[in-house]
Ligand binder design. Structure first.
Ligand SMILES: Cc1cc2nc3c(=O)[nH]c(=O)nc-3n(C[C@H](O)[C@H](O)[C@H](O)COP(=O)(O)O)c2cc1C
Length: 427
């Protein structure tokens, strides 16, 4: 795959001077209406994944300050220790000194459901914390009035923007004409754009696929409609509905959309590494990048993109970092479970053990002995037990002396070799 081989010249002695060529740089910021997305990176909406705990976890893992610094590794180069001064140099060249993830998105939420839902249940879907700004809420549905009503609820709740889902391929959603089902009905999309735009004062964006199938590619026309109806940005997952998650995302369609409109275009599909993000920008000219499946496998990816953009190099996690990351996320899940325990059932986080098991699969790849840890986690009956297993596993590793130093982890080419199950869909 030629584009995956995209590289930039690096010079370790002066990373700032030898930063990424402008055409491959993920922008320091993109303005979506009144919202500054800084840097121009977006966590993709992912049902069952991007709840408030995961979103905050990603923001936390993306912080430039306070995180553990490990070795910096450049593609094709050896590992070199970087001094604190170099780390500060990296931060000084990134306009957002807070986090490498510029915008968080919720899981998609049914507009019908939201309009009908009890207040308590709404709280579960629309809960976010102050440190999540800027944050967008994604809605799906097919009725313009209901979507407008739901969008209004989202605005009242304090979100920074509303996003419309025109990409979900799940039969259950398509069956009610939602998600990618609407791609076959552009006039209806026009009505929805107008109704929701009227209902909102905050920015309004749309995330869509290229079209229903190769015979009906509508993304350029759709993007023009979005611009014409006053939407503030578009995000394209460059696959058709029929493609599901198969094959490769066809970035040339992101380029085509970018050429057609002036509002910001966020590119999405198959970014697994900072090199991929740079390649997408270079190939498409997109104003920002959106990352989905790579985020649960590699929560550092946003910070890595910012570092790579600034210097042509980025940090890769050690086994200890991975342990810290697993523990942090699981502790956050337990804390949220505890904090919501006395709320009505609808508003609770739910089963933290179940979430932990789901995430353990993704998180423990790349950890030597990870299969053993996963097996132990699957046997656990509560979140607290899962956390105990994680602590025990890594304590034993520390006693063994395993995992100390960069050599203990299979590093490959610096990219984390994890890919969540491609069969996952958004329902
Ligand atoms: C588990 C899962 C859930 C998803 N849920 C949503 C969703 O709620 N809304 C949406 O627009 N896209 C959803 N998607 C699609 C992603 O946002 C993204 O467009 C897709 O995964 C391609 O990007 P990636 O290659 O970076 O993963 C989901 C994807 C996955 C894997």
């Amino acid at each position: 795959m030629a584009r995956r081989g995209f590289t930039v010249k690096k010079n370790w002695d002066n990373p700032v001077e030898h930063a990424m060529p402008a055409e491959a740089r993920v922008a320091a910021a993109v303005r979506v209406g009144a919202v500054a997305v800084r840097p121009a990176t977006v966590l993709a909406p992912m049902a069952g994944v991007t709840d408030t705990v995961f979103r905050r976890f990603i923001r936390h893992a993306s912080l430039f300050s306070g995180g553990q610094r490990t070795e910096i590794r450049g593609q094709g180069s050896g590992v070199r220790d970087q001094t604190a001064a170099t780390a500060e140099g990296i931060e000084a060249t990134i306009s957002n000194t807070e986090s490498g993830c510029g915008l968080l998105m919720t899981e998609f939420t049914s507009a019908d459901g939201l309009a009908r839902m009890r207040e308590s249940k709404r709280r579960r879907y629309l809960t976010f914390y102050d440190d999540e700004h800027p944050i967008g809420a994604q809605l799906f549905g097919s009725n313009p009035e209901t979507l407008a009503e739901a969008a209004h609820i989202v605005e009242e709740t304090g979100f920074d923007l509303v996003d419309l889902n025109l990409g979900c391929p799940a039969k259950r959603v398509v069956g009610c004409n939602g998600g990618s089902g609407l791609l076959r009905d552009l006039p209806r999309i026009g009505e929805i754009f107008r109704a929701v735009r009227r209902a909102l004062t905050i920015p309004f964006t749309v995330k869509f696929r290229m079209g229903w199938n190769d015979a009906q590619i509508v993304c350029v026309e759709l993007a023009r409609m979005a611009e014409g109806e006053g939407l503030n940005a578009v995000a394209l997952h460059a696959r058709t509905r029929e493609q599901g998650y198969s094959g490769q995302a066809r970035w040339e369609w992101i380029a085509a959309v970018k050429r057609a409109i002036r509002i910001p275009v966020i590119g999405n599909g198959d970014i697994r590494s900072p090199e991929d993000a740079a390649a997408m920008v270079a190939e498409t000219g997109c104003d920002g990048v959106m990352i989905g499946r790579a985020a649960p496998a590699n929560p550092w990816i946003f910070r890595q993109i910012a570092q790579y953009t600034a210097t042509g190099a980025y940090e890769t996690p050690t086994v200890e970092d991975r342990f810290g990351m697993i523990r942090t996320y699981f502790e956050m899940l337990l804390a949220e479970e505890q904090a919501t325990r006395d709320l009505p059932r609808d508003a609770r986080l739910g089963d933290s053990a179940g979430k932990m098991k789901q995430f353990a699969t993704w998180f423990t790849h790349g950890v030597p002995g990870g299969a053993k840890l996963r097996a132990a986690i699957y046997q656990a009956h509560s979140g607290a037990q899962v956390l105990d297993e994680v602590n025990r596993f890594f304590a034993a590793r520390a006693i063994d002396g395993a995992g100390r130093g960069a050599g203990a982890e299979p590093q490959g080419d610096g990219a984390i070799e994890v890919w969540p199950d491609a069969a996952l869909v958004c329902d």
